[in-house]
Design a protein around this ligand. Structure first.
Ligand SMILES: Nc1nc(=O)c2c([nH]1)NC[C@@H]1CN(c3ccc(C(=O)N[C@@H](CCC(=O)O)C(=O)O)cc3)CN21
Ligand SMILES: CC(C)C(=O)C(=O)O
Ligand SMILES: [Mg+2]
Length: 290
């Protein structure tokens, strides 16, 4: 009954989903329509302020499970939890209005069965308001993609280098350098597409394999370390900004924010030690209001 719960008795403008709220974001059909057309611009986002910067410039914001490594200092993405994805997903939704927001299902939260995948995906969409989830799509996961799609949940696939399989692969290894591998990635991509995925990330593959995958599937491909043959590109934002301590070979650095931060902090430290910060402009005065 409306009016029973505290959260509904005093509606907050920002959290009430109006017709406009959903319509002003990039929609799933609009995303799908970009196949072979204008390139899709995608980046990861984990926080509200970063989402605010990126939202006007991007088609898709991905709350990637890379946040475990980039923000939480984990060695791989295997330790990321559903709760972490929800907390960061909520922050990104608060900081964005226009981009389609998709959230990675973390390791262990979807692989067992279509039912497990549905429970996790529906919970994540319900608690964040995001539009889509992303799954790392080994061939066996295609059944779950179809199960979710058939029940109203848009799914983005992720083929090629699958970071959640790092323990099996013995590292983050590029794909498509042998014929057997090429066939496996192509099979994963075809199964993901046939299951109804709205798009798929293609990670860490050779340019000819990226070309072949992009031609073989009906949904847009979003490349990361997969050449310009894909229908769009994604990078981890902290990598392209030069904020993360290491970066894969496929990253281009568009800024050196580590350098900028170190310079800024060195300046602050020097001023504090010299007693020159705070100065007059940064002090409160008796009787004055500002
Ligand atoms: N900061 C960050 N950026 C990412 O792109 C990223 C994450 N974290 N975490 C999750 C996954 C892991 N990813 C990675 C991590 C390392 C390599 C890497 O070192 N690759 C080797 C390729 C080795 C080979 O040739 O097979 C490289 O030299 O780039 C690639 C992708 C991509 N994702
Ligand atoms: C790099 C993208 C595709 C990703 O899966 C992540 O950030 O977790
Ligand atoms: Mg991921």
């Amino acid at each position: 009954m409306i009016g029973q719960g505290n959260s509904l008795t005093r509606p907050q403008r920002s959290s009430m989903v109006s017709k406009q709220t959903i319509l002003k974001r990039v929609t799933v059909p609009a995303l799908r329509a970009r196949k072979g057309g204008e390139k899709l611009v995608c980046l990861t986002a984990y926080t509200a302020p970063m989402a605010q910067f990126l939202d006007p410039l991007c088609d898709v914001l991905l709350v990637g499970d890379s946040l475990g490594m980039v923000v939480h200092g984990l060695p791989t993405t295997v330790g990321v939890t559903i709760e972490m994805m929800i907390l960061h997903g909520q922050a990104v939704m608060r900081g964005s209005t226009k981009a389609l927001v998709a959230i990675d299902l973390p390791f262990g939260s979807y692989e067992r069965s279509p039912e497990q995948a549905f429970d996790t995906a529906s919970r994540i969409l319900m608690e964040t308001g995001a539009q889509a989830v992303k799954v790392e799509a080994a061939e066996g996961v295609a059944e779950s993609i179809a199960f979710l799609t058939g029940r109203g949940i848009p799914v983005i696939g992720h083929v090629g280098l699958r970071p959640q399989a790092v323990n099996l692969d013995g590292g983050f290894k590029a794909r498509g350098r042998s014929e057997a591998e090429r066939e496996r990635v192509l099979a994963e991509a075809r199964a993901t597409d046939a299951a109804g995925a709205i798009a798929m990330v293609v990670e860490g593959v050779t340019p000819d394999l990226a070309t072949e995958v992009t031609a073989a599937v009906g949904c847009p491909t979003i490349g990361i370390g997969a050449s310009s043959a894909c229908d769009g590109q994604i990078l981890v934002t902290e990598d392209m900004l030069g904020l993360f301590e290491w970066a894969p070979k496929f990253v281009r650095h568009y800024a050196d924010l580590r350098g900028a931060i170190c310079d800024a902090v060195a300046g602050y430290a020097a001023d504090v030690r010299a007693g020159s910060f705070p100065g007059g402009a940064e002090e409160y005065r008796l009787g004055a209001r500002s």
